[in-house]
Each structure stands twice: as C-alpha cells, then as structure tokens.
Design a protein around this ligand. Structure first.
Ligand SMILES: O=c1ccn([C@@H]2O[C@H](COP(=O)(O)OP(=O)(O)O[C@H]3O[C@H](CO)[C@@H](O)[C@H](O)[C@H]3O)[C@@H](O)[C@H]2O)c(=O)[nH]1
Ligand SMILES: [Mn+2]
Length: 825
C-alpha cells in the first residue's frame, strides 16, 4: 500500500515561489556583472565568485526538487502474508555478505551479521548465505566454521523464544543490561575473563606454549606448519558442520551434551534459562576461539577438528596473498544435510574467496558481488538476492516477509528490479554529531524517488530480483554459459563435483575477460559507489525500484565514530559519484534521455554533490576577508535585496529543518546535520574534487579505502559524550581550521567596528553570516584551544592553518587596499 505525502502540494507551491526568488538573485548578479559593470577588476571578481556560488546553490536546489515533487510512503502487512502464500511457495533467497579485511572488519562482526540473517523467519531451506571474503583470510573462514556450529543452537533458540535481536552479540548485550536471567552476571564475568586472556595474547603478539595443552597438540602444531607450506593444493570442498557433539572446547564447563538432551523439552521456563545460558556459552566459546585465532593470525591445530577442515585450511599456502590467490569455495553448511539441534534443516552457508591476481582488475565490491552472483547461480540460483555489508545485521526477522508482500503484487513485479530498505544505524550518539544517520539521502529523499521510478540502491539491505541484473525488462541479456541465466533450474546437489568445479571456474579472476559483466550484466563497474551506479544504470534501462522503510529498522549498521573516518568515507563516495557524473553516462545527458527529467535531476543531485564545496568555500572566506577589511559585498540592511537574501536563507534552512523533524529528528540533530553539511563542504567535498581532478590529469589514483570498524575505547568514550574527534594530522582538516580562524577574527573585528561606532550598515549581512559560521564551528575552537586529549586538533594542523590564515589575510588586504588606491586615482 502506498500513499502520497501530505506536504506535496505545499512543496510544489513553495518551489514556485523559491524559484522566482532564485531568479531574482541571479538577475541581480548579472546586472552587477554586465549591465552596470563596476569600476574595478576586483569587485568584478568578487561578484563573479558570488555568482558562481549562487549558480551552484541554485543547481543543487533545483535538482533536489526531484525529491519533493511526488514523495510517497509505503506500508505493508506481513502478518497477512501467510493467508496468501504457503510456506513451500516462498521464493528462494540468496543472501550475499561482503567482507574485505579481517583486521578492519572483525570476523566476529561478520559472523554476527550472517547469524542474524540465517535466523530469518523464513523457511530455512529457501535461504542460502554466500559470504564473499575479499580479504582472502583463513581467519574469516575459521570464524564461519565456528559460526556454523554455533548456528545449530542459535537458530532453534531464536525460533523457540521468538527473539527479535537475532544477532547474538546484540542479543546478549541488550540482555545483560536488563538481566532477565539470574545467571547472566556469572557468565558475563566468565566472558570478561576470557577476553582478558585474549587481550593478553594480543599484547604479546604471539601464541605462547600455554595455549598448547598437550603433547599431541604440540606435535600436531608442528606438523601443521609443515603442511602449511605445501604449494598448490587442489580445491577441496566439504561440509564442516559436525553432527557429533564433541566440538573441542577450551573451557571444561561446556555442557554441550546436557544441553542437547534438554533442548527437546520445549516449554518449561527453566529450560529457557538453561537454553539461554547454553547458547550464550556457546556464543562466548565461539567468540573466544575466533578472536584467539585472529590474534595469532593463523588457525592452529587445536582448532582443527577433522581431516576435511585441514584440507580446507591447507589452501592457504605460502604463496597465498590477499591480492594474489586461487579461488577458495567452502560449503560450510548444506541445507540438504545439516540440521540444527532441534532437527530442522539449516540454510546453506557458503564461503567464497574469489581468485585474485595482481594482473587482473578486481573491481572492488562490485566485482565481489558479481562473483557471488555467478557462484550462487551455479549452486542455488534463487530468484531473489539480498545484498548485505558485513557491518550491518538484521534487526527484524520478518523483513523477507515484507519483501514478499511487494513481490506477490503482480502489478508491481513486472519491471521491479529491487526493494531497498534504508541504511539505519546503531551506536549513533545522542545528537548524532557527525550526521552519521544521513537522514536526507537514506530516509527522506528515497521517499521522493519512490514516487518516480524508485530509490537508488545503497549497497546493503537491498533485495534484488536476479533477473534485473541480466538486461532490461523486455530484452534479457543471455550470460556466456546457460547455467548463469536467471531462468536456469539447478538440479544438482551443491556438493557435486560438477557444481563445484563450475563454481570455481566462474569465480576465477580471469573469468570476466571479454564478457559483459560489469557493463551490461551484474553490478556495474567504473565507480567507487557501485551501488549508486548500478541502480542508476538499471533505472536507465527501464527498471523500477521500491523503498520500504518499516518503523522497526530492518537492518542496523555501524557508524564511523571519528570525524576523520566519517569524512574519509564521504570522500570515497564523492569521488565515486564524480566518476558517474563525468562518465559518458552522466545523469544530466544520458540519464535525462532515458529516465525522464525528474529522475535524472535526482541522480544528478548526488552525482554532483561535491560541487557543494564551491559555495561553501566561497561563503566561508569571501565575506569574512572583506569584512576584515571593512569592504561590503552584500546589499545593505535597508535595501529590499537584503530581504531576498533572508528569504532564500530561511526558506532552504526552514525546509530542511521540517524534513528532518518530520522523520523523527530532533532540533539538535538538525543543527548537527547542517553543521556537517558545512564541514563536508570544506573537507570531503573539497578534497574529492581535488583528487578527482588530479586523477583526471593522471597525477594520482585512488582505492576503495575501507571504513574502519574497529573501535578504540577512548575514542568511543569521547564519541559517546558528543565530543568532536580530530586527532589525525591530515590535510583534510586544514581548510576547515583556516575557515574557523578567519571567521572568528573577522567576526571579532566586525564586533569591534560595531562598538566603536564605525559605519557598519553595509556589513550587516556579512556579520550575520560570519556569526552563524562561528556558532557552527564552536567545537572546532574547542578542539584547537581548549582540549588536551588525543582527539584535539593536532598541533601541526593548527600551526599550518594559522600561517595560511595570516597569509590569506595579508593577501586579501593587499588586493583590497591596492584596489581602493587605484579607484581613488
Ligand atoms: O574491495 C572491496 C571493498 C569493499 N568491500 C565490502 O564493501 C562493503 C562496504 O564497505 P565499507 O568500508 O563498509 O564502506 P561504507 O562506506 O560503509 O559503505 C557504503 O558505501 C559503499 C560504496 O562506497 C557501498 O558499497 C556500501 O554498501 C555502503 O554501505 C563492506 O562490506 C566491504 O567488506 C568488498 O567486498 N570488496
Ligand atoms: Mn560500511
């Protein structure tokens, strides 16, 4: 069910009024520039800069209207679904999880993501989980083997007790805050104890004898080192889930056997406690093992339970490196065999680390997704695909049912490419100081696009119809081999030799040479924002998409907790967006032909978003430097043009304020979001523009720099308190700091002028603007002058910025005064 938003009529009306105001402003600039050409070159340049800035602002405003013309909101009723569809008619679902680095993306987090998805309220035999490990790490594989064992307990536990938080980490965390189960405290202490041991190993940086418990293990350990060096092991694929319960456990307290027998009686409350305890202990056990292995940086013998496991790990030979290695595919769980402890079949769990070589491009995440697309086609070929980042877990087990609500509507289905759930986040601090929520692009604007052809894809939490990745709605593009076609029916077991060798073949690094992958089929290559670009091309092909934003977040993700991580992530996006903006498929040219004006404007709004840096930079320096020299550049307060400026400012800020408040934001969150817009203008937008320019000139290249998911305690404490974290002596912070300094001094000099009775009439607007920026930069001043923690502004940055500020001041004085002199003559 969908309904238009009530504010649409008002939006359209307001757009008309605002548009006239923009025209008036531009008219004024043109008049100043050309009709009454002012005497000096300098004032001409100042007007020109303001004109350019306002043109960019006008473009951003106009393109944003795409989101305002016909926004809609949808609601679905999954509770009614079972009346129309029987369990066996549920459509198959292949889930893709991407991870790329075991150190930046802790495998325990990835495992939690996978477990939360495996435990969906959906017929398990319809689900297959594919994990793409671009880190090519044996540690990640190990973590998943442990996860598979734990899943046998976790899945029935969730079902029986109807747990909502199906990420075990989140479940245990929220339940230790409200201990409904008395024994939790005790277990928590055990956990802390184990954690200390693990951290001890990290400190030492090696595995000491104390972790090798007996002679047999010791011998095995030595043997393992030898076999580790063996080269070119043939591909082996096996099922790891051990049906016999003797998973070797470090703590003797593991009541594995007892638990299994108890699990069969379902209803008693005592059983619930025991069950919960058991599951918790299993989880902690898995966690300790995984973290232990990661600290040691290798899977030692004590953790390898059988021959097949050893064969799997032996694929990591000496010549195996992250960027250069053969394909590894491991079937960790097979839904036709592996059962959980209650006897129910479990979903497929398949580990894939695509082959890589230094000589063939791997296309980052898009490349990883395309490999999964092919491997899954060969093995299960489910018509629906869920793509998920390793840092986002499922927060609602009913999510796939919501997806089905739309799929069962034949009117929607014919040209539907994907259903996007918004990226929402956990662990955001109270007022969201870095605007990590990105409410505008993730929650507000998609409602606008949903009323047109649909929202763009945001990389995670998105259900694709497989068919949409193979040609436009009317003319399918046939893949090179029939087994990859969405129509192909899989009739061989996933562990059959044929299936496996084909899977390895389509996952190899040369497979895509001379094919349409990345250009006509699959996820599209050519941009660091493969998500944005792929959906853009799909919309151009005539596909539609849907935005589904239930009240309870379907998925929750991590946020960067330092300003540096945040702006770096944003910089990568901006560069990727530029790649789309200036490609031959630019939304302005190509897009407007194929998707209609509004859609292409919407896509342009993002593609060109780094252009924000132009007005933000000019408005952060020009009015201030001229104010310092008492030169007026805006209309006087007594002039009617003054009110035009006020209207334009209040109009756009007011509308943005309403947007945020209407989706449940607070005044403070709005304030912080507009501050971040200002900060991004001078950091990521600016640097993305520079880097993009350098790359176009062939001077530099860029990479997909992963967003850090590892949390430093001190940093996270400061983040919790809402304190801005600078800390890193990066050039990114220089323009920001210079702007902060110049605005402060300019404002102070303006105040002085005002109190000493100078004629300030023409400087009113400059004073207001500067004051507003100073207010926004309060945390920057704090970081420069008042703080002493590791997150303060680094001294180098302060020194450099002070020099730059002084230089800018003198340069501007020189220009302005020589100009005054020349105009006197
Ligand atoms: O070569 C690569 C690089 C990244 N990834 C995965 O891509 C995902 C996103 O990476 P992350 O560092 O978390 O970047 P974010 O900026 O948080 O991701 C946002 O931006 C990306 C595009 O830049 C989208 O792909 C993501 O879905 C979107 O959440 C992660 O699961 C990575 O493991 C790969 O699989 N292979
Ligand atoms: Mn991420």
């Amino acid at each position: 069910m969908s309904e238009p938003l009530r504010r649409t009529a008002f939006n359209r009306l307001f757009a008309g009024v605002y548009f006239s105001a923009i025209l008036a402003l531009l008219y004024r600039h043109v008049q100043n520039l050309f009709l009454h050409p002012t005497t000096s070159f300098l004032s001409f340049s100042i007007t020109l800069f303001l004109f350019i800035s306002d043109l960019v602002l006008a473009f951003m405003w106009a393109s944003a209207q795409a989101f305002r013309m016909s926004p809609i909101r949808r609601k679905e009723f999954p509770q009614n679904l079972k009346q129309i569809i029987k369990d066996e008619d549920f459509v198959g679902l292949d889930v893709f999880i991407c991870t790329a680095d075991p150190y930046k993306e802790p495998p325990m987090n990835v495992v939690n993501t996978a477990l939360s998805l495996m435990a969906y309220d959906y017929p398990t035999e319809k689900i297959s989980i594919y994990v793409s490990d671009d880190g090519g790490s044996v540690l990640t594989l190990f973590a998943f083997m442990e996860a598979a064992k734990f899943a046998r307990y976790w899945l029935p536990f969730c079902r029986e007790h109807n747990i909502m938080e199906r990420s075990p980490h989140v479940y245990f965390e929220s339940n230790s805050r409200h201990p409904s189960i008395p024994q939790f405290e005790k277990i928590k202490m055990m956990y802390e104890d184990m954690k200390m041991k693990v951290e001890h190993v990290i400190d030492k940086g090696e595995v000491t004898k104390e972790y090798i418990s007996d002679d047999q293990q010791h011998q095995a350990f030595n043997k393992w080192t030898k076999s580790f060096s063996r080269m070119d092991h043939p591909t082996v694929i096996q099922v790891i889930l051990d049906k016999s319960k003797d998973t070797d456990i470090s703590g003797q307290l593991m009541p594995n056997l007892i638990y299994v027998s108890r699990e069969k009686s379902k209803t008693s409350p005592h059983h619930f406690k025991a069950g919960a305890l058991n599951v918790l202990m299993m989880y902690e056990d898995m966690k300790v093992k995984v973290e232990h292995v990661i600290d040691k940086d290798e899977v030692t013998d004590e953790y390898i339970t059988d021959h097949q496991q050893r064969q799997a790990f032996n694929k990591w030979t000496k010549s195996f490196t992250r960027m250069d290695h053969p394909t590894v595919i491991q079937i960790i769980l097979d839904k036709s065999h592996d059962k959980d402890i209650s006897g129910r079949l479990m979903p497929n769990l398949i580990y894939v680390s695509r082959g890589k070589s230094k000589t063939s491009p791997h296309h980052f995440k898009a490349g990883a997704l395309n490999v999964l697309l092919r491997v899954s086609a060969v093995m299960t070929n489910a018509p629906i695909i869920l793509t998920q980042d390793c840092d986002m877990y499922s927060n609602d087990p009913q999510t796939p049912l919501r997806m089905l609500c739309y799929l069962s509507d034949p009117a929607l289905k014919s040209s539907l490419a994907f259903i996007q759930f918004p990226q929402r986040f956990h662990g955001v601090n109270k007022d969201d100081i870095y605007d990590n929520e990105y409410k505008l692009p993730f929650q507000i604007n998609p409602m606008g696009l949903d009323g047109l052809k649909g929202p763009s894809y945001v990389g995670s939490g998105c259900f694709f119809l497989r068919r949409a990745l193979f040609g436009d709605p009317s003319t399918p593009v046939a893949p090179e081999i029939p087994e990859l076609s969405p129509e192909h029916v899989v009739n061989k077991p996933i562990r059959s030799q044929e299936t496996l060798s084909l899977a390895h073949h389509v996952a190899s690094c040369n497979y895509e040479n001379e094919t349409k992958w990345g250009s006509k089929t699959g996820f599209r290559y050519g941009s660091l924002v493969e998500d944005f670009y792929t959906s853009y091309r799909l919309h151009c092909e005539g596909w539609k998409s849907l935005f589904c934003n239930p009240e309870r977040a379907a998925f929750l993700g991590n946020v960067p907790i330092t300003l540096f991580d945040g702006v770096n992530q944003c910089k990568r996006w901006c560069i990727g967006l530029f790649e789309v903006a200036f490609s031959k498929y630019s939304p302005l040219t190509f897009g407007s032909q194929y998707m209609g004006l509004l859609m292409s404007l919407g896509y342009s709004h993002y593609a060109f978003c780094s252009f924000w840096c132009i007005p933000v930079t000019f408005y952060s320096f020009l009015p201030q430097l001229t104010l310092l020299n008492q030169v007026s550049i805006f209309p006087k307060i007594s002039e009617p043009w003054f009110f035009l400026y006020v209207f334009l400012f209040l109009g756009s800020y007011g509308q943005n304020f309403l947007d945020i408040i209407l989706v449940g934001g607070t005044v403070r969150r709005w304030w912080n979001a507009q501050r971040m817009w200002m900060i991004r203008g001078l950091t990521c937008n600016l640097f993305a523009s520079i880097e993009y320019l350098l790359r176009s000139l062939g001077i530099s290249t860029y990479d997909f720099c992963l967003t850090s998911k590892v949390v430093d305690d001190e940093q996270s404490k400061r983040y919790g308190q809402g304190i801005f974290e600078f800390g890193v002596p990066s050039p990114l912070f220089v323009p920001l700091t210079v702007a902060a300094i110049i605005n402060l001094f300019s404002f102070l000099s303006g105040l002085t002028g005002f109190f000493s009775g100078n004629n300030m009439e023409g400087l009113g607007l400059q004073m207001i603007l500067t004051g507003f920026i100073v207010l926004n930069y309060l945390p920057v001043y704090g970081a420069i002058a008042l703080r002493n923690d590791a997150g303060k502004m680094p001294t180098q940055i302060i020194i450099i910025s002070t020099f730059v500020s002084v230089a800018l001041y003198y340069a501007s004085s020189l220009c302005l005064w020589s100009n005054n002199d020349s105009s006197k003559h």
